[in-house]
Ligand binder design. Sequence first.
Ligand code: HAM
Length: 411
Amino acid sequence: MAEPFSTDPYKGVRDFYPGDWARMIALFAQIRDTLARWGYEEYNASPLERAELYEAKTSEEIVSEQTYTFIDRGDRRVTLRPEMTPTLARMIAAKRRELTFPLRWFSLPNVFRYERPQKGRLREHYQLNVDLVGIGSSEADIEIVTIASELLKAFGATDSDFVIRVNSRELLNAACKVAGLTEEDVRSYLRLLDKRSKMTPEAFTAARETITHTDPLAHIEAEPIESVIATLRERGVKNAVFDPGITRGFDYYTGLVFEVFDTNPANPRAIFGGGRYDGLVAVYGGDPVPAIGFGMGDVTLIDFLETRGLLPQTNANAPHLYLGTPVPSDIPAAQAFAETLRAEGGRVFVNLTERSLGDQIKDAVRRGIPLFIAYGANEVANQTVRMKVLASGEETELPTSLLPARLRSGG
Ligand code: HAM
């Protein structure tokens, strides 16, 4: 006999049942609201990209070990996007003459990485991307880090719940040069530094010794970053700190880089991160365009919010009213009545089963719908209904004409 068909989703990805998806929608709604206040516009693109997009300039580890790449029926190599930044850079390079800079753009794509599934890491996640494109000054750096902080604060987090660790690729590169590293060594060293938190200090030093005998971090100059941190503090972001060990995994970063961490040690992984990438747009054509932004994954964000009880309420679009039908022949009239309520903004669930009214009330309770009305021949004839508040059992008789206003005021 054949194996029974597995109903599990593919390894490392999630099904979103309506309750799960409602939670995601509530999360996205809070994020969209915050970004709209900052004047950021939402964009989107397909998850399918030509594989060359990533081979040009991103990160060796992601391209060689973590991408989902396949050959399509026309012999083209296609990659499911592992991140959004190359797509964004390609889109900007394609329309650079038509676009009005600076761009303040955000996106909520699903992205795919072939990783070992574990806490905070899946093979598909939703990743908020916020990018400010066309401004090379530290004012842009400050805006992006401030938005990173405001997003968490909008969910109710406070400065003591998280810390923003800031560094600079420019300063790291300069320090590596002073330490005498070649360009190739710099790349190897930065990749090693990015993995430092997952290694013992001895293992890290031993690996560093294979690249260089002098510690580049001993040569890092901190004043320019300290001045950005001081400005952030003046503008209300009080939890940014300089951390010379923050480097980020992608080769395209050129300036300020940062990662946001939970101060609760139960969540040791970065919640999210980003940085300046002034050379990436030019990789896809034309002059360089300065850009800075960050990516924030839903998995790490939810872990952070959940441990603090800050996940937003999810029932914003749930039905207000369950319209019961005493007998099945009442269904057409109930649907017609529901239509008039919907036209006035009511969210109405109509019973289509042959269950008894008692069982329909139980069904409404199970579904979390707050109000119940049985709509049958008497209600049609008299144009009055008895509305039951299921939480209290309280019943009110009212003319059908008053119902839309009652639904709008929440019953
Ligand atoms: P990244 O650090 O690779 O940066 O990813 C950003 C965030 O996405 C991570 O901090 C984490 O929240 C989430 N994330 C990454 N991989 C996974 C995974 N396998 N499972 C769950 N969550 C994950 C970038 O992708 C850059 N492109 C961000 C950026 C935008 N830089 C400038 N603009």
